[in-house]
Design a protein around this ligand. Structure first.
Ligand code: ZN
Length: 492
């Protein structure tokens, strides 16, 4: 294993700490994965890419990494309300599909989008629905330890009691008195002793279609529980890294900590890591802002806020141009700048492949590899790595322009630098980028042209032609819809 000084920011200690794995040479890493009840959107890209970089870097340092990223496919309760119908069940009822059919459909599109972004698959991708028995056993441990109670067939975590013995809120820095004053008072009808208590098991209403037997009722587990259960099942009672988006810090990760301390008597996680959020044109992303952009819409440019299509590598490069703990604001201008910068980087890479070695170098090559390693070791400073590569690029460009000479040894060093940091660690695909970009643009333009021809045919009351275009596109897998704003098309 190579020597290194990797330091990562631990949200729990609020400091950058040297990374020391619990078991020499091995790293256990858990990241909260997607809830599969809709297409993957921009919000999914940042945690996936952030922890993909960490996964790739740890592997390049020689660690054997077990990376677990869960699939939330049952009982996804609202972040701030642990009641209400499971979103997947609701969607299934509306579309008259099997719940697992909905899950599989969105999981397939998620995987497809992650592949496009060159995010490596995790080592294990456990489904919450496949771990109901383990979750029931976990609840029993918490009840036995005295930190949970049954109420009308549901089981709740006793936050106040837990806080008397431990510290609820230590990750997010919240304190329980403030939290209590912020929550509504109990109305007497509530099953909970305290509004802060969260569900470990929820009794299913009769119309609820995803439920399992348990000692307490036919029901389903609370959302926070799956991560505590599957994390320890696959990584052990204590493991190295738990990651996720900053929006999950409270209450999700706070509840995970409380559950594992209650069940095991100690914390499960050594380093907590959180990526910051994405804004779009300075605004939070959300359905109500109409800026909830699906990844597929970026790739084909079909969202009204987008001036053009942006390839998956532009999205990836743009995210890596910011440190994972700072916010990233998406705008057409910023993405177009990222597209140019990526193109410049790929040009440098191509030029590097064409260099002819000289007998000796006319320039002294700085130790770029050490500089890039130092940047990665500093809490995964990818913008700094990109800066180092551009610095190396200046020398490569002057060599291909005939203004400098490089020896075979120096050319090899530079090739190694780009292969290691640009391709292996930052995960940038260098082949066929331009081709696939142009392909997307051409495909989009061709379908738009057919739409225009169909509109003309309709205006001329030429129904045969307009129906022919619609039907043939449908056969090819396109959905064409007439809306009051014109024609909308999507590829199923
Ligand atoms: Zn989680």
């Amino acid at each position: 294993m190579s020597t290194h000084n990797l330091c990562i920011y631990n949200t729990l200690s609020r400091t950058k700490q040297p990374f020391k794995p619990i078991h020499e040479g091995h790293v256990g890493m858990y990241v909260c994965g997607p809830t599969v009840y809709g297409d993957a959107h921009l919000g999914h890209a940042r945690p996936a890419i952030t922890f993909d970089i960490l996964f790739r870097y740890l592997r390049s340092l020689g660690y054997k990494v077990r990376y677990v990223r869960n699939i939330t496919d049952v009982g996804h309760l609202e972040h701030d309300a642990d009641s209400g119908e499971d979103k997947i069940a609701k969607k299934a009822r509306l579309e008259e599909l099997e719940p697992m059919e909905v899950v599989q459909h969105y999981l397939n599109t998620y995987h497809h989008d992650m592949d496009a972004l060159n995010v490596l698959p995790p080592s294990i991708e456990p489904h919450a629905s496949g771990h109901i028995i383990e979750q029931i056993e976990y609840i029993k441990k918490i009840i036995d330890a005295g930190y949970a109670y049954e109420s009308k067939g549901s089981v709740y975590f006793d936050v106040e009691k837990y806080n008397r013995d431990h510290n609820y809120g230590k990750l997010s820095g919240r304190n329980i008195e403030d939290l209590i004053s912020q929550t509504r008072a109990l109305d007497g009808q509530d099953e909970k002793r305290n509004p802060l208590d969260f569900a470990l098991w929820k009794k299913a209403a009769p119309e609820h279609i995803m439920h399992w037997p348990s000692p307490w009722s036919e029901g389903f587990p609370g959302w926070h529980l799956e991560c505590s259960t599957m994390g320890t099942k696959y990584l052990g009672d204590t493991f190295d890294i738990h990651g996720g988006g900053m929006d999950l810090m409270f209450p999700h990760h706070e509840c995970e900590i409380a559950q594992s301390v209650a069940a095991q008597g100690h914390d499960a996680v050594k380093y907590w890591m959180h990526n910051n959020m994405i804004t779009i044109n300075g605004k939070k992303m959300g359905k109500s802002y109409n800026n909830f952009i699906k990844l597929q819409e970026f790739f084909d440019g079909s969202h009204p806020l987008l001036q053009q299509a942006y390839s998956p590598m532009v999205i990836r490069f743009f995210i890596l141009q910011a440190h994972y703990r700072s916010t990233v604001d998406f705008s057409n201008e910023a993405l177009q700048a990222a597209e140019k910068a990526l193109q410049k980087m790929l040009d440098i890479y191509q030029r590097l492949q064409t260099l002819t070695p000289a007998d000796k170098s006319s320039v002294q090559l700085p130790d770029f590899d050490a500089k890039a390693a130092e940047a990665m070791d500093d809490d995964l400073n990818t913008p700094q790595v990109i800066a180092v590569l551009f610095e190396a690029g200046k020398i490569i460009n002057s060599a291909t322009d005939g203004n400098a000479q490089l020896s075979a040894e120096d050319i090899d060093k530079l090739k190694h630098l780009f292969d290691k940091y640009l391709i292996d660690i930052m995960g940038i695909r260098v082949d066929n980028n331009a081709d696939s970009d142009n392909g997307v643009k051409a495909y989009h333009g061709a379908v738009d042209l057919l739409m225009e021809m169909r509109a003309n045919a309709k205006a001329n009351k030429d129904w045969t032609t307009s129906d022919l275009i619609r039907d043939r596109l449908a056969q090819l897998g396109f959905d064409v819809k007439d809306t009051k704003n014109g024609v909308e098309w999507t590829l199923r």
